[in-house]
Design a protein around this ligand. Structure first.
Ligand code: FAD
Length: 407
């Protein structure tokens, strides 16, 4: 049977945060593209997604910038703690550190906003084949389970196992981490996470061979209080055995009733940033997990949004005939503020999860002020993550040595 070929201006593979943010930025900057941008999504919103659903302030700021009110149940966290082999670091109570949502609800709400802005989402359509074509001005041809689609430009936002990436880019497995998690019902009156509006991290598993950390986040499942608990390991190849990860999770939070059977947990890969790779070809760009996100904590939603912003800017230039736009996207991802932040997180992951982890945890324990700046930098508060390294170090030094206020 011959299938009809549909043509549009931009094809987006995957309608998760990266694909939807790309569409939202594109349609915000150029509303005339309404109906001309198509997202191909293999699932159907609301779709399940293995994720703790923690949105750092930077992600919330991006939603505000786009004027999007994602009206879904959420728990806001204003304090936290991180246990390491050296001791516990308390993140002082103050501003919102994290907004915890359920990904099925959050992504569905984001998809509805993108639809209202003019994105066409073809659901239950898995991208199977991708080719770049040079005839007729050049572009891409995508074969999906629900049709054939052609456009001058493709955004690969189809997650850690990206089909676009495998088809058009070098496939590197070394940069795959993974997380496993479970939701545990709790009594909000007695759970410290709910009572104190806090999240908890535990890095003790590093000493046991897991290159990552355990977390406990308060969240609402069907309106009922739960803790989302899980473990992140930065590597999938030569990964820590699942049983060890679960054991370390149970050791980290002995007061929570965490089961030991692996089948009770859900797990998913997280691709992290590797500065040695390409992020664009002649007619395609990667965004979100498909490109690679935070190697240290496995946080990816804020990066998916930032990729979306940069992808959209490059896409508009490309559609206007600027052939260098996609190469510039690649350059910005390597050398711009986002690439620099991800490179620093990769640097930190090599230190904290490497053989000398104890020394680096000890260093991190030295100054509460330096810790505060680190948390603000991580969360993108006060745009600290965009400040050049020299200014950041100077600020750090003034806060630590000259007792200048952190904020
Ligand atoms: C256990 C765990 C906990 C996490 N916790 C957090 C957290 O608290 N905070 C945070 O910021 N990040 C967290 N992350 C990371 C976060 O989930 C990802 O970084 C984020 O989802 C990336 O968004 P994305 O749009 O790039 O990819 P995804 O959210 O994976 O979206 C990709 C979309 O593409 C679709 N797709 C895939 N293949 C195809 C195909 N061939 N054709 C068509 N469609 C396709 C998928 O169905 C999906 O809808 C966690 C990850 C894990 C595994």
């Amino acid at each position: 049977m011959t299938r009809l070929t549909e043509r549009c201006d931009v094809i987006i593979a995957g309608a998760g945060p990266a694909g939807l943010a790309s569409a939202l930025f594109l349609l915000d900057r150029r509303p005339t593209l309404a109906g001309r941008v198509i997202a191909l999504e293999k699932a159907h919103h609301p779709r399940p997604k293995v994720c703790a659903g923690g949105l750092i302030p930077k992600a919330i700021a991006t939603l505000d910038e786009l004027g999007i009110d994602v009206d879904v149940p959420a728990v806001r966290v204003t304090a936290g703690s991180a246990r390491t082999e050296i001791g516990t670091v308390d993140i002082p109570r103050g501003e919102v550190l994290c907004t915890i949502v359920r990904r099925d609800q959050f992504d569905a709400s984001l998809a509805a906003a993108a639809r209202r802005a003019g994105l066409r989402i073809v659901e239950d359509c898995r991208v199977d084949e991708v080719d770049e074509v040079e005839e007729g001005g050049g572009g891409v041809r995508v074969i999906g389970t629900r049709g054939i689609f052609e456009a001058p430009l493709l955004i690969g936002a189809d997650g850690s196992g990206s089909r676009v990436r495998r088809a058009l880019f070098d496939e590197r497995r070394g940069q795959l981490g993974h997380g496993l998690m479970i939701d545990i019902p709790v009594d909000a009156q007695t759970s410290p996470e709910f009572r104190d509006h806090c999240y908890r991290f535990d890095f003790n598993c590093v000493a046991a061979g897991v290159r990552g950390y355990a977390w406990s986040f308060p969240c609402l499942v069907d309106g009922r209080p739960h803790l989302n608990v899980g473990v992140y390991d930065q590597f999938t190849d030569g990964r820590a055995p699942t049983r060890l990860m679960i054991e370390e999770l149970r050791n980290a939070f002995p007061q929570i009733k965490i089961p030991s059977e692996p089948r009770r947990f859900r797990s998913f890969p997280i691709r992290w940033f590797d500065g040695g790779q390409r992020f664009s070809t002649r007619h395609a760009m990667l965004a979100g997990d498909a490109a690679g996100v935070d190697p240290l904590m496995g946080e990816g939603i804020s990066y998916a949004f930032e990729h979306g912003r940069l992808v959209a800017a490059a896409a508009l230039r490309y559609l206007d005939g600027d052939c260098g736009a996609l190469a510039d996207y690649d350059r910005v991802l390597h050398r711009g503020a986002l690439g620099r932040k991800l490179s620093r997180l990769a640097f930190a992951a090599r230190r904290f999860y490497g053989p000398r982890h104890r020394f680096y945890f000890r260093l991190a324990h030295l100054s509460a002020k330096a810790q505060q700046i680190g948390v603000d930098w991580y969360n993108g508060a006060y745009n600290l993550d965009e400040v050049p390294a020299r200014r950041l170090i100077a600020r750090w030094a003034r806060a630590v040595l000259m007792r200048e206020p952190v904020r």
